[in-house]
Design a protein around this ligand. Structure first.
Ligand SMILES: [Fe+2]
Ligand SMILES: [Fe+2]
Length: 245
């Protein structure tokens, strides 16, 4: 059995509010009686893409289990690499693959520098294709920021993933992908895409108020939340969503 925690949209900006909410979630994860096998972080780690925000993220996300990262539209590739990953500052897509238990987790960069909508650029699509081919015999998760489905809210639907057919083609070619994990929409949500589960993590910072829930974009009072994805040895997948008080 593989146990992944999935968090997203910390929007660390140096404020006490953002710091406290992220620390609350990481403390919760660090104190679980059964440690998770890894934490997947699907972007908007920093609010303004500043080095100082990533240095704080490095302190908050330090943990005795792997913490896997992908950038969002509020992130900046160079500062993220330098401040959080300790790598040279360069602007190429931040893609990485991780073996976790018997599975693979591909952390993919769907950000477009300077823009809010998302795209798996041609280099990233080629890297995903190559990596999934090499790992064809293990179950794989694809994780990135922008969900490839309509959320039925005008804000995320105006800044969603472009060129979704590229992702559908990847999934058609690689049936061992068990799920697609995203963030960005600030709402815990589940759908399907190309016959695969599409699981959207809730945000740590604030929760999206849906059009039928009343006025105002952001529910600032909703507690931070996370998802647990459990992949059983028989290949079955279940997701639980949790708030962290
Ligand atoms: Fe966000
Ligand atoms: Fe976002």
């Amino acid at each position: 059995m593989l146990l992944l925690a999935h968090i997203s949209d910390l929007h660390l900006d140096g404020t006490q509010r953002a710091t406290e909410r992220a620390l609350r979630v990481m403390d919760h994860l660090r104190n679980l009686p059964r440690p998770v096998d890894a934490v997947v972080v699907t972007g908007d780690i920093a609010d303004h893409g500043e080095i100082s925000e990533y240095e704080e993220a490095a302190r908050i996300l330090a943990a005795p289990f792997p913490v896997l990262l992908a950038p969002g539209n509020h992130d900046a590739r160079g500062p993220l690499r330098k401040g959080l990953l300790g790598l040279p500052e360069d602007g190429s897509p931040v893609n990485s693959v991780h073996r976790v238990g018997g599975a693979a987790v591909l952390m993919c960069d769907s950000s477009i520098p300077g823009r809010d909508e998302g795209l798996l650029d041609p280099d990233t699509v080629a890297w995903i294709d190559r990596t999934l081919s090499e790992l064809h015999d293990v179950p794989a998760f694809l994780a990135f920021h922008h969900p490839p489905v309509r959320m039925h809210h005008p804000l995320p639907d105006s800044i969603g993933l472009q060129r979704q057919q590229d992702l559908a083609d990847l999934l058609d070619a690689h049936p061992h992908v068990v799920a697609v994990l995203t963030g960005h929409s600030h709402t815990a949500a589940a759908s399907t895409f190309a016959r695969r589960p599409l699981l959207v993590a809730p945000a740590i910072t604030w929760t999206l108020r849906l059009p039928w829930e009343g006025e105002g974009l952001a529910d600032l009072d909703a507690p931070p939340a996370l998802a647990y994805h459990v992949l059983d040895d028989d290949g079955s997948l279940i997701t639980h969503f949790r708030v962290v008080r």
